[in-house]
Ligand binder design. Structure first.
Ligand code: ADP
Length: 541
C-alpha cells in the first residue's frame, strides 16, 4: 500500500528545528524586554538585560576556550549569576554542571574530574571547599568567583570575577540553536545516597519539554513571580530557570530559604509560586509566629523530592497556600508525576483531602508512560491500592543516561523502561502511591512495612516535629521498624510510651516501631531528603 503521508512530506529546515529551552529567553527578551526578569536584594534586571548579559557571558566563555561538549561547573547559591549560566553555557553547546553546595571537597573533586569541568564558578561562601576540591583535580579548571555582595566571609580564589569575565564578552555575540536536540545541556550528579554519585545527563529536548510540562503542572501564568527556595543545583531547579523564563515571569533569588526571608520575599514581591521539599515546608509551618505573614494574594507551592506527610500538606493549606504535589528524580529532570487535583476533593475535610494529595499521582504531560510492576517479571501489579511493585517510567524527560557509566545506564533502562527504584501501589483511580524506596522498605517476618506510612502516622501526632523510620536488624523477625523522632519544642514532654500508644491506635501491630529514638535533628541531604543510611548505621554500630 502506498503510504501517501510519507511521500514528499519530509523533515526539512522549515518544519523541524531542534527543541531547546534557550529559545525561551530569546523570545521573552523580544516580547517583554522591559519586564523585570530577576530580583536579588537591591538588584533588579529586565529581560533585555538578562538576555544581553547571557549572550555576553557566552561570548566571554567562548574566549576562555569553552566549546560544544565542554563542561562548565558551578558551585553557587540561587543568585542571578546561576540563572544566567543556565542560558549562557548551553548557548555554546556546552554542558552546565550545577553542583550541590553542601557537598564535601572530595565529592566536588570527583565531580570536577568525572565531568572534566573546564571552568568552575564559585561563591565566596564556599571558597575553602572549592579551593581544596580544585587542588585534588587531575586537570585544573579555570576558577571564576561570583563576588556576591550578600555572601558572608570567604575569599576570592579564582583568576577573575564573574563581572570581570562578563566584561570581556562581545556585545554582538549571537547564539546558535543546537543542530541536534539530543545534544547534552546539563550534568547533574545524584546525591550518592546509594554509592558513588552518578552523572545524569540531560538533553536540550528533554529540558525544553519538561519546562513546558512544569508550566502546565504548576499552572504558571504569564508574568508569574517565582521565588527561588528550591536549589537551582537540584535537577536544574526542576527546570524552573527555563520554565519561568518561558512565561516571562520574574525570578526572585535568595541565597537561603530561611523562613523569615521566604515570608518577607513573598509579601514584598507578591510571589505567586515557589517549589520546596517537604522539609522546607515544615520549616515554614513551624517558624516562630513573628516571622510568619499572611498574604492577600494567591500563593501556590509545588512540593516534592520526598514524600510530603499528609499533615504537612494540611498545615500548608491551612496557612492559605495552594499545594501541588510533584514526584520525580534527578534522572527525570525533576518532576515527572503529579497528583492531579480532582474537583470532588474540595468537598473532603482537610485531612482526607491531604491524604489524597499526598499520593504521587499520574504522569505529567512530558512523561509518556508509567506502570507499577513486578521488577522481575515486569508484569503490572493489580490496581488495588495494595499490591506493591516498582514504579517504571518512559518518556522524553528521562535522562540520556549516566555519564561514562554504561553499566548503570543499561541497568536503569532494562526492558524498555526507566527503573525508578521506588516501590508503590497503584490505586483503582490510576494514581500511584509511593510506599518506599526499594532499599528503605522494611521486611518484617516476611511482611512489607512502608516506612512512609509509619512516618505519616508519626507526623499526625501533635508532639512530633520530624520523624524517620528505618529497619533495625532483629534475630526473630529479620527486620523491625525503628523510629527516630524530633519532638516539637513547644509540646512539653514527649515519651516513648505516648508515641507507641499513638502508633498502636493507628497502625497494624507489626508496623508499630519497636524502638523510638529521640533526636535533636535528623540527618538530611541538602535537598531535604532524610539520610536513612546514616540512621541505619547506628544499629550496625
Ligand atoms: P537522589 O536519588 O540522589 O537522592 P533525587 O532527587 O534523584 O536524589 O531523588 C529522587 C527520589 O526522591 C525518588 O526516587 C523518590 O524516592 C524520592 N521522591 C521524590 N519526589 C517524591 C515524592 N513526591 N514522594 C515520594 N518520594 C519522592
Amino acid at each position: 500500500m502506498d503510504e501517501i503521508f510519507e511521500q514528499g512530506l519530509s523533515r526539512v529546515d522549515a518544519n523541524y528545528t531542534a527543541l531547546t529551552p534557550i529559545s525561551f529567553l530569546e523570545r521573552t527578551a523580544l516580547a517583554h524586554p522591559c519586564r523585570v526578569a530577576v530580583i536579588y536584594g537591591d538588584t533588579s534586571r529586565t529581560w533585555a538585560e538578562v538576555y544581553r548579559r547571557s549572550l555576553k557571558l557566552a561570548s566571554a566563555l567562548r574566549k576562555l576556550g569553552v566549546c560544544q561538549g565542554d563542561t562548565v561547573a558551578a558551585l553557587l547559591p540561587n543568585t542571578p549569576a546561576m540563572l544566567e549560566l543556565h542560558f549562557a553555557v548551553p548557548m555554546l553547546g556546552a554542558v552546565l554542571n550545577a553542583q550541590n553546595t553542601r557537598l564535601d571537597a572530595r565529592t566536588i573533586t570527583f565531580m570536577l574530574n568525572h565531568g572534566r569541568a573546564k571552568v568552575f564558578f564559585t561563591d565566596r561562601e564556599f571558597s575553602e571547599r572549592a579551593q581544596e576540591a580544585v587542588a585534588g583535580c587531575d586537570h585544573k579548571p579555570i576558577i571564576v568567583d561570583v563576588d556576591d555582595p550578600y555572601a558572608e566571609g570567604g575569599e576570592l580564589i579564582g583568576s577573575m570575577t564573574y563581572e570581570e569575565l562578563l566584561a570581556t564578552g562581545d556585545d554582538d555575540f549571537t547564539w546558535e540553536r543546537p543542530s541536534n536536540e539530543w545534544q547534552a545541556i546539563a550534568l547533574n550528579y545524584t546525591s550518592g545516597t546509594t554509592g558513588n554519585p552518578k552523572g545524569v545527563v540531560y538533553h536540550h529536548r528533554g529540558a525544553h519539554l519538561n519546562s513546558l510540562s512544569n508550566i502546565i503542572g504548576l499552572g504558571l501564568p504569564a508574568g508569574a513571580v517565582y521565588l527561588w527556595t528550591l536549589p537551582m543545583f537540584h535537577c536544574n531547579g526542576w527546570c524552573y530557570p527555563w520554565a519561568v523564563t518561558a512565561v516571562a515571569g520574574t525570578h526572585v533569588c535568595i541565597r537561603q530559604p530561611q523562613p523569615a526571608v521566604v515570608f518577607d520575599a513573598i509579601a514584598k514581591h507578591e510571589v505567586t509560586h515557589f517549589c520546596a521539599a517537604p522539609v522546607v515546608l515544615n520549616m515554614l509551618i513551624n517558624a516562630p509566629k513573628e516571622q510568619k505573614q499572611a498574604f492577600e494574594h494567591t500563593v501556590t507551592v509545588a512540593t516534592g523530592g520526598a514524600a510530603p506527610p499528609a499533615a504537612t500538606i494540611a498545615a500548608m493549606e491551612a496557612m492559605g497556600l495552594n499545594v501541588v504535589h510533584l514526584y520525580g528524580l534527578t534522572e527525570t529532570y525533576g518532576p515527572s508525576m503529579i497528583c492531579e487535583f480532582q474537583d470532588d476533593w474540595h468537598e473532603l475535610d482537610i485531612k482526607q483531602k491531604a491524604t489524597k494529595m499526598a499520593r504521587q499521582g499520574i504522569t505529567m504531560l512530558a512523561m509518556s508512560d508509567m506502570m507499577v510492576a513486578d521488577p522481575i517479571s515486569m508484569e503490572p501489579v493489580p490496581q488495588d491500592g495494595e499490591s506493591i511493585g516498582e514504579l517504571f517510567l518512559r518518556g522524553n524527560n528521562v535522562m540520556k543516561g549516566y555519564l561514562c557509566n554504561e553499566k548503570e545506564t543499561t541497568k536503569a533502562f532494562a526492558d524498555g523502561w526507566f527503573h525508578t527504584g521506588d516501590l508503590g501501589v497503584w490505586h483503582p483511580d490510576g494514581y500511584v502511591e509511593i510506599k518506599d524506596r526499594s532499599k528503605d522498605i522494611i521486611i518484617s517476618g516476611g511482611e512489607n512495612i512502608s516506612t512512609l506510612e509509619v512516618e505519616s502516622v508519626l507526623y499526625d501526632h501533635p508532639g512530633v516535629l520530624e520523624a524517620a523510620v528505618v529497619a533495625a536488624p532483629d534475630t526473630h523477625w529479620g527486620e523491625v521498624p525503628c523510629a527516630f523522632v524530633t519532638p516539637r519544642h513547644d509540646y512539653g514532654e514527649l515519651t516513648e510510651e505516648e508515641i507507641v500508644r499513638h502508633c498502636r491506635a493507628n497502625l497494624a501491630g507489626f508496623k508499630v516501631p519497636k524502638r523510638i529514638v529521640f533526636m535533636e535533628e535528623l540527618p538530611k541531604t541538602s535537598t531535604g531528603k532524610l539520610q536513612k543510611h546514616v540512621l541505619r548505621q547506628q544499629f550496625v554500630a
